[in-house]
Design a protein around this ligand. Sequence first.
Ligand code: GLC
Ligand code: GLC
Length: 817
Amino acid sequence: MLKMQYGHFDDLHREYVITNPQTPFPWINYLGNEDFFGLISNTAGGYDFYKDAKFRRITRYRYNSVPMDNGGRYFYIKDGDVVWNPGWKPCKTQLDSYECRHGLNYTRITGEKDGVRTSVLHFVPLGVKAEIQRLTITNLSSKVKNLKLFSYTEWCLWNAATDGENFQRNLSTGEVEIEQHADFTALYHKTEYKERRDHYAYYAVNCPVQGYDTDRESFIGLYNDFSEPQAVLDGAPRNSLAHGWSPIASHYLEMTLQAGETRELIFVLGYEENAQEDKFAPFNGEITSLGERDHHIINKARAHEVIRRFATVEAVDSAFAELSALWDELLSKYQVQSADERLNRMVNIWNQYQCMVTFCMSRSASFFESGIGRGMGFRDSNQDLVGFVHQIPSRARQRIIDIASTQFPDGGCYHQYQPLTKRGNNDIGGGFNDDPMWLIFGATAYVRETGDFSILDEMVPWDNEPGSDVTLMEHLRISFDHVINNVGPHGLPLIGRADWNDCLNLNCFSMDPNESFQTTGNRTEGSKAESLMIAGLFVYCGRQYVELCRTKGMAQEAERATAHINAMCQAVEKHGWDGEWYLRAYDFDGNKIGSKDNEEGKIFIESQGWCAMARIGEAEQMPEKALDSAVNWLDSEHGMVLNYPAYTTYHLEMGEQSTYPAGYKENGGIFCHNNPWVIIAQTIAGRGNQAWDLYRKIAPAWIDDQDLHKVEPYVYCQMVAGKEAAKPGEGKNSWLTGTAAWNWLAITQHILGIRPTYEGLLIDPCIPADLTEYTVIRKWRDAQYVITIKNPNGKQRAEQPTMVPYSAGKHEITITL
Ligand code: GLC
Ligand code: GLC
């Protein structure tokens, strides 16, 4: 059967090209990589926010709407009686041609109808708090065209959470201003500006307009939907002034295009902040502010500057070229050249791009994360930055300090913090006992990449408390000790609320459907709930801590830590081995989880991955046996499931894990994030073929069945439905997943095998036997290494790894396995 294809990769332009707007799910992209961000679907749906998707939502978006993905930045073109959108939605008028190109932090959507082509390029220029929309409209026909163009965006009342619930207030607070100049027209959103807010948003176009709207009901009509705004159908804007209800911004432009003529328009959708004392402009009559009786006119100097800066196509082009140049530079840090086009595509473009996005977003805003649930996760961000640190080390450095600043003096952590305030947030829980070790994971990766040991001397507070500062190195020590201060009856780490698996809530015993497993009270008194995942994490990252101490000349501390690591290894060998694989945990009462003796949930992936990466029980070949068991029990056509068999009943003593139907999420789903742990463990065991096989199963470049996979074919998703689900292979929760950083580590450092260390670059490939040759160009610190690996004899690994000491300059190295 011929599989439906909705698009294809264009590697030369570093784009994914969507050729059918009716993708099986909205396929989105991210605009911006600094402070101003946008989510944009292939039909121009989505929204913008500044820094924090919860507290500074700029445009409104309705999750869970019907139909899917309604609302965004829309352009309506009225050509006679026909109304259409270049991105097909919302009118869904049949287009003569459609194409959406998702590139690196930009999206270009082009539609053609009845001889008119409209193309809109969306991007956020570097250092600018605005989304630029460059609209190009061409009359391809041989007749004169009289067209009417309406732009449309709907403002969010800043706090995306209250925007969706507090209607008794919201429907009376909306305020706007309208400003018409000879060279531009700007529509401003200033709800709450006259009181406590010192920020506003605007939507401008670089020319005078023939009309506008700022009130949603006036523009759309109370009983119409986005596909039939009454003002558009009538071809007549209402020049409405929003006061309360739902403020929007819509420009109306009339244009006559001769045959072959093209017109370019530049729209700027931006956000600015003013100092408190500088918020208001004198009302000097120069501006047309229809919204004001009381003269609380926004001081718009900053917006004017941006609007005027992007008044010409040349200025927009040059900002766009800067963005491309940034990506040339970022991607050039690690490039592979091989005969495998899909491998090159993953490594050289899409995996790196997704690492930037997860670094910026953590798990906050996607089409599955509403932007109001979570900010920056302690464990998530520490993992994300490891996939990003080679791109912009200085930002990874700041992130580490921000994260560590939210830690508590005993090493425990807020599970997340809000990016706007950088303060810890208890709303989604705390007391996850894996959290502290991830700081060691993130910080040591940073130092190995950069050689910047000075970060360890940075003074970092506890819980942002002024005056409580200790060095970052001390934070790492306390993180390490948090595990050893919290061990259970078998000498294994106590799990706390949960470990990496947020749903393994062994102390929660919840029977109340109205409470969240992530925040509800925990019975920790008398708990025997221990985690083998944290044990493996502790040994693996603990050794990274020891190595760091040794490198810094802290021999005593290294020895002290080693003793604890050895003790943990013994505890795992003695109490964590089930015969053919590592157990997963002990529950509150000390019963085994993830054991052959259990009827369901006999084996879990996390402890196999971590304990095998840490090589616990090496002398007894525990890692190899555990990896074999993991593959036998957990693997499937689409990747490895998290546990098997999945739970079919609710286990009070296990919490959320057993709430999911079999085959989804943490209950038997292919939770892609943990597959790379097994992949890396396979490489450490020298099994290149197996590692490669598992790598390809979840890497998007190898996903051919787009209908089944459903979500974007260019990025990893958090979960693919497992073998016990209704539709195995169906993807969900795309984009924001630790899989991006972890599969980046797996492929670049462990399979292709180029690993930064304190001493130098370690070259230690573990590849499939049929990969005969490849070259990696690695820019590392101030040096460039061109490393060619030749594998004429079908090996999977060299006898010995090669250490290339760091030195500035260009180096060429060839290694034959
Ligand atoms: C989600 C969370 C992550 C957690 C994982 C497994 O992806 O963001 O922190 O480790 O689920 O539960
Ligand atoms: C749920 C999800 C898990 C996520 C957590 C975050 O438990 O299953 O993946 O990490 O919520 O709150």
